[in-house]
Design a protein around this ligand. Structure first.
Ligand SMILES: Cc1ncc(COP(=O)(O)O)c(C=O)c1O
Length: 445
């Protein structure tokens, strides 16, 4: 039995009810799954309750949650202010065929905190946020081509499901990667409308952007790349993209669906670099389904219903729904400068403790991340982009992930995590102790 098989056997033995639920789910949903990012083999745990930093599953196992619904729950599960805001809104109705006051407050907060966002529109997912931001840029410029980074995930729509995790054999040269359509069903023509930049390589990205400048409707970038393990952009890389797109008059889109948790004004405040359009999701909805996109008035005004014949249409039954607005406003109100400082302190501390553990145990691993975001890397390469990320040992990743589940800790299946405002230093210490036990038990140390 391999160490992975041993961890999976222990996991299966400890989670019989989740296993049964998964078998039932598989009768009605393909693979028992309706969201690939929370599926893992042999079956995921089924959560029945969450509170603060803790998740309880169907078997009664309690785990410390370092996923927070993929970085969403920055105040942890069931924060009393968020719960109260939702209860109050339920008492007034859950959705209306008309706008409601909480949405105005929500928009005000975002525009106040993010100076580059003069106007904002709400949607129901980060996917819709990037879809609409790209559409805004295309409508504004009258062009079609988009530049994105290799290894960046910007949501599940055709225009951008390109070169997210491309097999290296299909991905071309590191300095000017080929666009790779991620899976069957994506319109293959989407690859003709996109060019791929290597992340964190300013010179190579400049060459890609300059050589396509006259056709580019937008450059889109995630200031902290989630897909490759919460890898922060080098400031000079982001600055290059800003300077270059300003010079060439190409709208620059920041996908802040994850990185908005870096500071009150998002990663753009953290870096001091401002885009023309910003995509939001996750934390701004307080745990409810959400997305938003916003930016310069001259671009966003194309969405004004009175704009005229060039107006961009934007329907959506649940856009700006009052439940999400209520949870979003309650969450954003809790996010004071002190909370951000503390999130960053805990993130820095956790990454340092993991780094110390890795060097003490001499395991072939690394840790990446910034602010409250972190990820384990199962490679000795310094992970700064997709090609270095692709050197990860996938089996070791799965073994450690499953081992941590067995120890009572949840990370994403790619071993990425994040700290919420309610994680304590004791939670961080306990995580590092558990990681030590897993690395020793599996023989990696
Ligand atoms: C950077 C980034 N953009 C967009 C999305 C899509 O957001 P959603 O899952 O809400 O559609 C995600 C989701 O993880 C993301 O990480």
């Amino acid at each position: 039995m391999t160490v992975l098989e041993a961890e999976i056997a222990a996991y299966t033995a400890a989670n019989p009810k989740s296993k049964k639920l998964h078998e039932r789910a598989a009768a009605f949903m393909p693979g028992g799954d309706t969201r690939n990012s929370i599926f893992w083999n042999p079956f995921p745990v089924y959560v029945t309750h969450a509170d603060g930093v803790q998740l309880t599953d169907a078997d009664g196992n309690v785990r410390t949650d370092f996923v927070n619904n993929m970085t969403t729950l920055i105040m942890g599960h069931r924060h009393p202010d968020v719960v109260k805001a939702l209860h109050d809104q339920v008492d007034h109705g859950v959705s209306y065929p008309a706008p409601s006051p909480p949405v105005i407050r929500w928009a005000e907060i975002l525009c106040e905190r993010v100076p580059s966002v003069e106007k904002v529109r709400f949607v129901n997912s980060g996917t819709e946020a990037t879809l609409n931001a790209i559409r805004a840029a295309r409508a504004f410029t009258g062009k079609t081509l988009i530049a994105k980074c290799e290894g960046a995930y910007h949501g599940n729509h055709d225009a951008i499901q390109i070169s997210v995790t491309p097999p290296l054999k299909d991905a071309g040269e590191a300095e000017h990667p080929d666009p790779v359509v991620m899976f069957p069903g994506i319109n293959p023509a989407a690859a003709d409308d996109i060019v791929i930049m290597p992340y964190n390589n300013p010179e190579a990205a400049e060459r890609v952007v300059r050589s396509h400048a006259k056709d580019l409707a937008a450059v889109i970038v995630e200031p902290i790349n989630g897909q490759c393990g919460m890898v922060p952009a080098k400031p000079e890389f982001l600055q290059l993209l800003r300077d270059l797109t300003s010079e060439l008059e190409i709208p620059l889109i920041f996908d802040e669906v994850i990185s908005f948790r870096a500071a009150a004004g998002g990663a753009q405040e953290w870096y001091g670099i401002t885009p023309d359009l910003t995509c939001f999701g996750k934390v701004i909805g307080g745990g409810m389904p959400v997305g938003a996109f916003g930016g310069k008035d001259e671009i966003m005004s194309m969405w004004d219903p009175n704009y005229g014949t060039e107006q961009v249409q934007h329907a959506g039954t649940f856009n700006g729904n009052p439940m999400t607005a209520a949870a979003g406003v309650a969450t954003l109100d809790l996010l004071t400068p002190e909370v951000y400082e503390e999130l960053e302190r805990k993130g820095d501390r956790l990454r340092q403790m993991i780094r110390d553990l890795i060097s003490e145990l001499e395991v072939p691993m690394g840790v990446t991340g910034a602010t409250s975001l972190f990820a384990l890397q199962f490679t000795t390469e310094n992970v700064t982009d997709y090609r270095s990320f692709a050197t990860n040992d996938k089996e070791m990743n799965q073994t450690v992930f499953t081992g941590l589940l067995n120890e009572g800790f949840l990370m994403s299946s790619r071993c990425a995590g994040n700290v919420s405002a309610v994680h304590t230093d004791d939670d961080l210490d306990a995580f590092v102790d558990a990681l030590r036990r897993v690395l020793v038990r599996t023989g990696y140390a």
